[in-house]
Design a protein around this ligand. Structure first.
Ligand code: DGY
Length: 481
């Protein structure tokens, strides 16, 4: 059989290969054309060699981190799909490859659980490069999860609402955008309903997170007190942690912190990922201002979109209004001119004022004009612009400030991206321009990194290079000048 059919098979194979080659060439041509047009537009606004290099580099980062349907945050440190990363990445992609931008979000929904939860990591394909993988989470075995793709069992900030609104308004193919939104708004409704119904047991308008990874700000000083109450056996995790093989340990959470992160995962598994069981004895249960602000921002965006598409969903607005009110009554601190976290386990406010909280709250337009003024007056006016880039994640005067360690000091591009928009929505245009300038300078001088050492005489890119959301938001920020 094989002998007789060999030439035909080979011919068919060759034809198929040829067809594939033609397809690839066409695709390349199309992408090159889009890249060129984009570069032309961008470069005509800012004409320097370094900038134009970064534009093509940013596009290359997004190209090479693409995995047939979605984008990994970075090729060797984060080899799966992450929820909030994908939101920012989709926005960047939407400026030059709209199809990929839609697909990015499509792949997120593939991981949505039956109870509405959209997991923070979706393990579409296997990879040995990351810990903890699906075998540690064991989430796919639960009745309200789905079996494939495997996923983690926690959330990440719900950014999709405001991202799809941006994408819808910028879409060149409006009909396609409309079709996508008609399909996705119900899925996002399910996700937000899960958050409001399961994560707000006292109906306060604020949701809780039950793991620091849910906040996206993994090792922020905000979580220290809650994590302190978790007692673990001293165990060296360096052999299982894959991050330390690639990134300097001084840039990453510590061994003790990781023990506690894993303790919480065990707690979820022991309670079969049932929310009402988990929260009964969960030592980490926090109403975090950042995740709540982002949920409010997304709820308002989805409400507007539902109106625009002719089928208003009032609940989005009800959730958003209640959240905004509660943030200002429960989480606002006059003393710190900032929003603080609330520890539901200890039933008290967490007296830890970090910059990320007011940066994101301004973006979500939570403060009144007077509160915004206090924020600017307290945190920006005395800021040492000669010594530091705007805006370190943790204040450089804090005793917890650690300029290279993840969320304890470094500047993060997604936070600056929100801060720029927040400041301009309150008409602090000079400050918005300054944050914009600093952000561009960091990327253009130091490369496309995960985060940056904020101290001017010591600045360097930290964490992972080739970081997707930095590339994506750089392209987006160039359009916002
Ligand atoms: C990590 O592994 O560092 C991630 O931030 C957790 O999602």
């Amino acid at each position: 059989m094989r002998v007789g059919t060999l030439p035909i098979t080979r011919m068919v194979g060759m034809e198929r290969n040829q067809a594939k080659m033609t397809q690839v060439l066409q695709l390349k041509k199309m992408i090159n054309h889009q890249v060129l047009t984009m570069q032309k537009n961008l470069i005509s606004r800012r004409r320097t060699a370094k900038k134009s290099n970064r534009v093509s580099e940013a596009i290359t980062v997004l190209e090479s981190n693409w995995r047939d349907g979605y984008t990994v945050p970075s090729p060797y440190l984060y080899p799966f799909q992450w929820l909030w990363d994908s939101g920012f990445i989709a926005l960047g992609l939407s400026h030059f490859q709209e199809d990929r931008a839609w697909s990015e979000l499509e792949f997120l929904f593939k991981g949505q659980w039956q109870n509405g939860l959209i997991p923070h990591i979706i393990f579409h394909k296997e990879s040995e490069l990351y810990f903890p993988g699906p075998d540690v989470w064991q989430a796919h075995k639960e009745s309200h999860a789905i079996e494939t793709p495997a996923s983690s069992g926690i959330i990440q900030p719900p950014v999709m609402g405001f991202i799809v609104e941006e994408m819808y308004h910028g879409a060149s193919n409006k009909e396609l955008a409309r079709v996508k939104l008609l399909e996705w708004i119900p899925k996002l409704y399910q996700f937000h309903a899960y958050l409001h119904n399961e994560r707000d047991p006292k109906n306060e308008g604020l949701i809780y997170i039950r793991h620091n990874w849910e906040s996206g700000l993994d090792n922020s000083p905000m979580w220290d007190r809650a994590l302190e109450r978790i007692e673990t056996m001293e165990q060296d995790l360096s052999s299982v942690r894959k991050d330390l093989a690639k990134i300097d340990a001084s840039n990453r959470p510590t061994n003790t912190e990781y023990q506690k992160y894993l303790w919480l995962v065990d707690h979820f598994k022991a309670n079969n990922y049932f929310e009402s069981e988990i929260r009964k004895e969960c030592p980490f249960l926090i109403q975090d201002p950042v995740i709540n602000a982002l949920l409010i921002k997304s709820n308002y965006a989805l409400y507007r979109l539902s109106v625009e598409l002719g089928d208003p969903i009032e609940e989005f607005k009800i959730w958003a209004d209640a959240g905004k009110k509660a943030m200002n009554s429960k989480l606002w601190s006059q003393e710190y001119s900032n929003y603080l976290g609330y520890d539901l386990y200890a039933d008290k406010i967490i007296p830890e004022s970090v910059n990320t909280s007011f940066m994101v709250s301004l973006y979500a337009e939570i403060p009144s004009a007077e509160q915004a003024q206090e924020i600017v007056h307290t945190h920006l006016v005395p800021f040492d612009l000669d010594g530091y880039y705007l805006m370190p994640s943790t204040p450089y005067k804090s005793e917890k400030f650690d300029p290279k360690r993840y969320w304890r000091g470094p500047v993060w591009i997604n936070m600056n991206w929100m801060f720029v928009q927040g400041l301009s929505s309150y008409k602090y245009n000079d400050w918005a321009n300054q944050v914009h300038l600093d952000t561009m300078e960091l990327i253009e001088q130091f490369g496309i990194y995960e985060y940056y050492h904020p101290q001017k005489n010591l600045t360097e890119g930290c964490g992972s290079s080739h970081f997707s959301w930095t590339a994506a938001l750089y392209l987006d920020l160039l359009q916002r000048m």
